[in-house]
Design a protein. Structure first.
Length: 163
């Protein structure tokens, strides 16, 4: 919360109280009207400052909620990533797989190393291309293609990106 705005609002309310005390002792109608107008201005100023403080407080509460959500997400990811280890699939090709004993009820699978580094779990799907000559794992998220068996005509096995 913006403490200066809150302090200013309290200062305006004190000024309003002082004006009211002065008005109580006045007998002249013109002076009472002048003080009433002055009082209205001070009250308006105090309301404006209070609304500004409230908006600042709301923004801070939203920011705190966003940060708490992010912390929860990061803690969940830290727990999830501990279940996996980087495995070599041969020919310089790597993917993350569940550690022994950490498979749980999930079927055997491998995760894209690129997506894993970006805190995303993207399961690699096996595809066979070039009528049975190339077996690869494909990431549907980042479109990585990991050749695990065979080779394309002019390419060496490894990671290939789709256009």
């Amino acid at each position: 919360m913006d403490l200066s705005a809150a302090g200013a609002a309290l200062g305006s309310l004190k000024t309003a109280f002082d004006i009211l005390k002065t008005m109580a002792g006045l007998r002249d109608a013109n002076l009472v009207r002048e003080k009433a107008l002055e009082l209205q201005g001070v009250i308006y100023s105090a309301q404006e400052r209070a609304l500004t403080s409230q908006a600042a407080q709301s923004a801070l509460v939203k920011r705190i909620d966003d940060l708490e959500t992010e912390i929860t997400r990061l803690k969940a990811w830290d727990g999830e990533k501990e279940r996996y280890e980087l495995k070599s699939l041969g020919a310089g090709v790597f993917a993350y797989a569940p550690k022994p004993g950490m498979e749980g009820s999930e079927p055997e699978h491998k995760l894209c190393a690129n997506c894993f580094q970006h805190r995303e779990k993207s399961i690699l799907q096996q595809e066979t291309r070039h009528p049975g000559r190339v077996v690869m794992l494909v990431c549907s998220a980042c479109h990585a293609e990991l050749v695990i068996a065979g080779a394309r005509t002019a390419e060496v096995s490894g990671m290939i990106r789709r256009p």
